[in-house]
Design a protein around this ligand. Structure first.
Ligand SMILES: NC(=O)C1=CN([C@@H]2O[C@H](COP(=O)(O)OP(=O)(O)OC[C@H]3O[C@@H](n4cnc5c(N)ncnc54)[C@H](OP(=O)(O)O)[C@@H]3O)[C@@H](O)[C@H]2O)C=CC1
Ligand SMILES: O=C1O[C@H](COP(=O)(O)O)[C@@H](O)[C@H](O)[C@H]1O
Length: 593
């Protein structure tokens, strides 16, 4: 039995399914019911389905209101979406009939900056994947908004070119694409025009057709126009009788001051709980799994402290440069682009205490505590690098400053390594190392946990002299080839006694047949459902900037020259020197690791 409490009303949604406590069991009947504490409201809405889900029955107070095909997940979702937005009769505009139709709500998703790179690359494909898999509410509309002139048909053609059926071997992809595109519309307007947003409002109302309207605005535009767009969306196009939420893309400023100013400006027009600051790394499957791994496995949680862990590493590398985005990148650099947000967020999740519950506020409270317990970075904790051109095997690779949008004398780091300490009782003295770089030898993102050596190890003489080789290491590979593996020492089979290092390996592609959803799918769905757990709260953001701002300022004021490294290499030597100060080796040094 699960109970979902509606954040916006006094309703709770309970669902039960027998006898499958975990996961989806296709051979069960399900009951999903809504209980309202207010007497004037219907007391029970439910769906019952037979084993094939062919003829699910949706009921209100025991009377059948509709029938239809439904899988268990779809039925749950449908009821959840439908019922959580129910308003008691006195709050309904017409105040009269209270049939099932009146509870129906709709979600309008406006992609602001629809003509841009992120919208095409990530947002439209993610929305389609959600639609394809049945996660979007029954009534939804997607509206692209930008200055470019486009018709609905032109938008659809543009979106169509970005869509693929993410889920392998699934049927009806073309049909689903057509159906999805029928829900997509375009509205041209300026980002700072209240009038243009008022026209958008009219357009949205047309599609919402009198239903309870919920509106999500995805700001996929350059940061200098965020505030204008938020102002116009909020003043001219907020939902009249449902929720209004805004997803804001990074960068959230470039230091404590600018971030604080952005937050202040956003809060002139929105409440904090309407702002969804996206960090797409929090939507990645393996990052989502971090808490599950730790808090639901007895074998890990007791080891998660200074007592057993020697150091923790957060590693991000890309095997391509800034190609095409150099202009944007040069203003921010790798520390703002990857470390201050993606890696730091993962680190906070990794190191937090057990939250009181899985509620967004409980989790974010714990993350803030970690961030506030960390020592701000100082100059000596940081190594910076910049890639230069190389040619190998007849191919030439451009240097960072060869990018036409980058100033020739740019000192912007494309690589950085840094060491952190969390001054609390759990982590006192444990180095947390981060490195992030572009144009390196490989593309990967991972968390590496290196454990302490076994004290008085009776097998020492069978191990050899390189004790680092015997370190137990837990690797959480966020991408690519998602997986979790633990390096252990093992006896080489045979009559002698020789140890080597083996991997206990949970490779996702071998274990799970489902394709892993893109991070944007999870985050968009969460925003639609009002789930804030994976979005950044303003105090988290402040704490994150406090850690980085002093050192970023010092690097820039002193015009510190980055250490150069070749395109496609493993990055500057300084990163190794930084780690060795703590008697640590980066775990990704060896190819087979
Ligand atoms: N692209 C990516 O991979 C990522 C992007 N982001 C963030 O997402 C947001 C959108 O990124 P992206 O799609 O790459 O951005 P784009 O540069 O592609 O801009 C999006 C749209 O905004 C409009 N626009 C661009 N520049 C201006 C301007 N100076 N004044 C007014 N309108 C402008 C254009 O639409 P029109 O002219 O039609 O109005 C453009 O199509 C940014 O905040 C970015 O930092 C974050 C992570 C990754
Ligand atoms: O936020 C950003 O992330 C991407 C890397 O994201 P991934 O999901 O492809 O790993 C990075 O390329 C970009 O520079 C940065 O702004």
């Amino acid at each position: 039995m699960t109970i979902i409490q509606s954040p916006s009303s006094n309703y709770s949604l309970s669902s039960s399914s027998n006898p499958s406590p975990i996961g989806f069991n296709p051979c069960t009947n399900i009951n999903v019911s809504l209980f309202s504490p207010k007497k004037s409201c219907p007391t029970k809405l439910s769906v019952q389905s037979n084993t094939s889900y062919k003829n699910a029955v949706f009921m209100q107070d025991g009377a059948v209101v509709t029938r239809g095909n439904a899988s268990e997940n779809e039925a749950r979702l449908k009821l959840k979406n439908e019922l959580l937005s129910v308003k008691p009769p006195q709050e309904q505009k017409d105040g009269a009939s209270f049939g099932f139709e009146n509870y129906k709500s709709t979600v309008s998703i406006t992609v602001v900056g629809a003509s841009g790179d992120l919208a095409k690359k990530k947002i439209f494909p993610a929305l389609f994947a959600l639609y394809y898999e049945g996660w979007l509410p029954e009534h939804f509309t997607v509206v692209g908004y930008a200055r470019s002139k486009m018709t609905d048909t032109e938008l659809r053609t543009m979106v169509y070119k970005t869509l693929t059926c993410r889920v392998d071997q699934r049927e009806n992809c073309a049909e689903k694409i057509d159906k999805f595109l029928e829900r997509c519309f375009y509205h041209s307007g300026q980002y700072d025009s209240l009038e243009n947003f008022a026209e958008l409002d009219k357009n949205l109302k047309k599609h919402e057709a009198g239903r309870v309207s919920n509106r999500l605005f995805y700001l996929s535009i350059p940061p200098n126009i965020f505030i204008n767009a938020v102002k116009c969306a909020s003043l001219s196009a907020s939902a009249a009788n449902g929720w209004t939420r805004v997803i804001v893309e990074k960068p959230f400023g470039r230091d404590s001051e600018s971030s604080g100013a952005l937050t202040k400006a956003l809060k002139q027009y929105l409440d904090e709980d309407q702002i969804f600051r996206i960090d797409h790394y929090l939507g990645k499957e393996l990052v989502e799994n971090l808490s599950v791994l730790r808090f639901s496995n007895l074998v890990f949680e007791p080891l998660w402290s200074r007592q057993y862990i020697r150091n923790v590493q957060f590693i991000f590398s890309e095997d391509f440069g800034t190609e095409g985005r150099g202009g944007y990148f040069d203003h921010y650099g790798i520390m703002r682009n990857i470390m201050q947000n993606h890696l730091l967020q993962i680190m906070a999740l990794f190191a937090m205490e057990t939250p009181v519950s899985l509620d967004a506020e409980d989790i974010r409270n714990e993350k803030v505590k970690v961030l506030r317990s960390m020592r701000p970075l100082v100059f000596d904790d940081v190594v910076i690098g910049q890639y230069k051109g190389d040619s190998r095997g007849g191919v030439s690779y451009p240097g960072y400053t060869d990018d036409k949008t980058v100033p020739k004398d740019s000192l912007t780091p494309t690589f950085a390594a840094a060491s952190f300490f969390i001054d609390n009782s759990r982590w006192d003295g444990v180095p947390f190392l981060m490195k992030a770089g572009k144009a390196l030898h490989t593309r990967r993102a991972e968390i590496r946990v290196q454990f302490k050596h076994v004290p008085g190890n009776i097998y020492n003489r069978d191990i050899g002299t390189d004790f680092d080789l015997t370190t137990n290491e837990l690797v959480i590979r966020v991408q690519p080839d998602e997986g979790i593996y633990l390096k252990i020492n093992n006896k080489v089979p045979g009559l002698g006694m020789r140890l080597d290092r083996g991997h206990l390996n949970l490779l996702y592609s071998a274990r799970y047949s489902h394709e892993i959803p893109d991070a944007y799918e999870r985050l968009l769905l969460d925003a639609i459902e009002g789930e804030r757990r994976l979005f950044i709260r303003s105090d988290e953001l402040d704490a994150a900037w406090s850690l980085f701002t002093p050192v970023l300022r010092e690097l820039e004021e002193k015009k510190i020259k980055p250490e150069y490294y070749l395109y496609g290499s493993r990055g500057p030597k300084g990163a190794h020197d930084l780690a060795s100060r703590f008697y640590v080796q980066w775990g990704d040094l060896r190819e087979e690791d």
